[in-house]
Write a new protein. Structure first.
Length: 102
């Protein structure tokens, strides 16, 4: 992680959910990684994965009580672990990251 601007070295970009061109770019990116993994798996044994995280929720929601975590006291955007409440379907923007599988 780069200490100067707090961006991950694995960060690829931000995609707007309402923009069809951005969603097509994300789909193309996933397809590229799929083809890359097919080519690299037998030769090097390395494979990669795309992680998509939701950002900027459409609506705030209460978090439910889980086994080890309490419920939220009101409406919140993110869980205590940094994930968007309501999943990717509640996001207005998506951040994509590329990681090597281990």
């Amino acid at each position: 992680m780069n200490a100067n601007n707090r961006q991950s070295d694995s960060y690829i970009g931000t995609f707007d959910v309402k923009c069809t061109a951005d969603m097509q770019r994300l789909s193309d990116l996933r397809q590229m990684v799929r083809y890359l993994n097919r080519a690299l798996k037998n030769k090097t044994g390395k494979t990669f994965r795309i992680i998509v995280r939701g950002r900027k929720p459409v609506v705030k929601m209460p978090t439910p009580k889980a086994y080890l975590t309490p419920s939220s006291r009101g409406l919140v955007s993110y869980t205590r672990f940094g994930n968007i409440v309501g999943g990717i379907s509640n996001a207005t923007r998506l951040d994509a990251y590329l990681y090597e599988r281990r």
